[in-house]
Structure formats: structure tokens, C-alpha cells
Design a protein. Structure first.
Length: 364
């Protein structure tokens, strides 16, 4: 699962990517610095994993990860091929969620592609280009569906009505994610079309150091503008976090964070939020060889969770032994959890909870 970092040129996308990833994307003070998308595999910060490591003392620890993609900046006219538009739109279509960076700070030394600071204008520029591209998709599908609908095909008529609803929304400046559909309507007609504006979005307000904790008037404007989008807004002093990342000493980094009023890097909060944005959750396996966080979709059953380890585990699934994370911490060892009767045996229909510690029994 991939989350793509998008925004206008020169708003801090590549600097943010460098904060999140061990990769060092080129970052400079001019538009279109990033052309090819950079991809980083980022560890998901999870204090539960550290606690399990402390209790089990394994040979190795493997965290959950999420892929972050740094995509080239987009400009007005991208849907018509301006700038790097077509390439940008192709790259973003391949991601599962959008991290939309908007510039919310003043600095005369950093060029803005439109010459002034206005996060709402910037947001609308991106939205407009993505909506135009989705309109192309709708129009192409409508050309095919209308012919079938005229013959009396009930399915085609239903799809035509949904596409016309989407077309009207896009033409009025409303993204697909803001529309409401029945579950069957969405799964049968909307989801397969892979509309760009249907992807879940998180707005990352890039602020200066002084606004890292409580934001500023620009952030307030963004929050007001997106209140009906069912989207999350995160405030991050990207440049400051980049400076902190350059410090080698952990204690020095922590002191720097505390000085600006943060208990942890804002990037850590963003990574966890991106993980949730992608509809992901974690279960654990814990043994002396390895303590590991496994990534599954929210709502996954026990066999599906087992299949993440190996497809044979899912095919031959018999049952799962499950310990709630809180019980594991309370009793300290798997043996003591069993003695207390807190280990559960679950079957094929069990829906895994975030934080479950699991063993699988299977037969191939």
C-alpha cells in the first residue's frame, strides 16, 4: 500500500519525504526538482512493539512499514499536459492515498510558483486538476454506458445514473470522496473506476517552527476549507523536522523537539496517520527468534491475517491462538497468560483486532 505526497512545486514535498524516509530525495529551491517519483519504505512508530521486545527479548524486531511516494509537483493545466502533469497524474493514480502538502508559512527566500502564499488557492489548484482528470474518466465511461442504457439494460442504466451524479459533482468542484453511495453502488460502479479524487486524503500543513504546535491563520483556513471532506489535517514544521533529523545524537534531537513544544517528531504522527488512512492495522507475532508487527487491512479475518505471513497459512488454516496486547503486557509472558486463561482459540470467522498477539495452526 502506497501513500503519495502531492502538492504544488516547491511547497516542501521532497523535504517531507526526507523526514519520513531514510532515502534522500533531491530538495532545492526551484520548481520541478522532483521528476521521477521517489519511493521510501518507512517504519511505522509503535510503542507496543518496543514493549513486546522488552518482555520477550527476541533476536530481532521487525516493525510494520508503509510505502511513501514523493511525486513531482503539479501546476495549473496539468490535466492538459502542462508542466509534468501527465506524468504526475499517472504516478498518483498508482497510489492508495494522498498526502497533500500545502504551504502555510511566509518566507521571502523560498520561491512560490504563484508568487504569493495562499494555501486555499494552492489546494484548489490541485483539486481542480485532479477533478478535470476524473471528468475525462467519467466522460469516457458514459460514452460506453449510455449506449447500453438506451437498449434497456438495467445495470447500464444504474451505472449511468451514478456516473451522471459523479459528473455533476466534479463539474461543481466537488471531489468523488465527498459523495455518498450505497455499499453495492460504490463497490460495483465507483471503486472499479479508480477515480483520483476518490482516494482518501490527508492535508499536511507545512508551517514554520513557531507554528509547529498550535498552527497559524493559514492552518485555520485550511481546516475550515476541508471540514466537509472527511479528511484529516496535520500540522508539521517540515524544515525544522529536517534540521532535527540531521542531528546524530538522540538526546539532542529530543531536546530540540521539547524546545519547540513537541513530545515526538511530527513525522511520527504523520506516518501513523498515513497507516490508518490506508485502512491498515497491526497484529503481532512474538517469540525468542523474532517479535514482528504484521500489516493487515482493517476487518481482516484470522485466515487472511495468517496469509500475510505465508499463503499456505491461509490455505491450510485450522485455528488461531490469540492474546490481547493488554493481557500480554499485564501477565508478562505467554505462559502466564495461558495460566490465567486469557489466551483465546479463534476460528476462521474471527476478525482480528488491532494489537492482537497471534499464533496460527495450519495444515497443508
Amino acid at each position: 500500500m502506497k501513500a503519495g505526497i502531492v502538492g504544488l512545486p516547491n511547497v516542501g514535498k521532497s523535504t517531507l519525504f526526507n523526514c519520513l524516509s531514510n532515502a534522500k530525495a533531491q530538495s532545492a529551491n526551484f520548481p520541478f526538482c522532483t521528476i521521477e517519483p521517489n519511493i521510501g519504505v518507512v517504519n511505522v512508530p509503535d510503542p507496543r512493539l518496543s514493549k513486546l521486545e522488552e518482555l520477550v527479548n527476541p533476536e530481532r524486531v521487525l516493525p510494520a512499514t508503509v510505502e511513501i511516494v514523493d511525486i513531482a509537483g503539479l501546476v495549473k493545466g496539468a490535466s492538459k499536459g502542462e508542466g509534468l502533469g501527465n506524468q504526475f497524474l499517472a504516478n498518483i493514480r498508482e497510489t492508495d492515498a494522498i498526502l497533500h502538502v500545502v504551504r502555510c508559512f511566509d518566507d521571502d527566500n523560498i520561491i512560490h510558483v504563484d508568487g504569493s502564499i495562499d494555501p486555499i488557492r494552492d489546494k484548489e489548484t490541485i483539486d481542480f486538476e485532479l477533478q478535470l482528470k476524473d471528468l475525462e474518466t467519467v466522460d469516457k465511461k458514459l460514452d460506453k454506458v449510455k449506449r447500453a442504457a438506451k437498449t434497456g439494460n438495467k445495470e447500464a442504466q444504474k451505472e449511468e445514473a451514478i456516473l451522471l451524479k459523479i459528473k455533476a459533482a466534479l463539474e461543481s468542484g466537488t471531489s468523488v470522496r465527498a459523495l455518498e453511495f450505497g455499499e453495492d453502488e460504490y463497490n460495483d460502479y465507483v471503486k472499479p473506476s479508480m477515480f483520483i479524487t476518490d482516494k482518501p486524503v490527508m492535508y499536511v500543513c507545512n508551517v514554520d517552527e513557531g507554528a509547529a504546535v498550535s498552527g497559524n491563520v493559514y492552518v485555520d483556513r485550511v481546516k475550515e476549507a476541508v471540514k466537509d471532506e472527511n479528511a484529516e489535517v496535520i500540522v508539521l514544521a517540515v524544515g525544522t523536522e529536517a534540521d532535527i533529523n540531521e542531528l546524530d545524537d538522540f538526546e539532542e534531537r529530543q531536546m530540540f523537539l521539547l524546545d519547540i513544544g513537541l513530545e515526538e517528531p511530527g513525522a511520527s504522527k504523520l506516518i501513523r496517520s498515513a497507516y490508518k488512512l490506508l485502512n491498515q492495522q497491526t497484529y503481532f507475532t512474538a517469540g525468542v527468534k523474532e517479535v514482528r508487527a504484521w500489516t493487515i487491512n482493517v476487518g481482516s479475518t484470522a485466515p487472511q491475517a495468517a496469509g500475510v505471513i505465508h499463503t499456505d497459512f491461509e490455505k491450510g488454516f485450522i485455528r488461531a491462538e490469540v492474546i490481547g496486547y493488554d493481557h500480554y503486557v499485564e501477565y508478562g509472558t505467554e505462559a502466564k497468560v495461558k495460566e490465567a486463561g486469557k489466551m483465546r482459540v479463534e476460528g476462521k470467522n474471527y476478525v482480528v483486532s488491532d494489537g492482537d498477539v497471534m499464533h496460527f495452526l495450519f495444515n497443508v
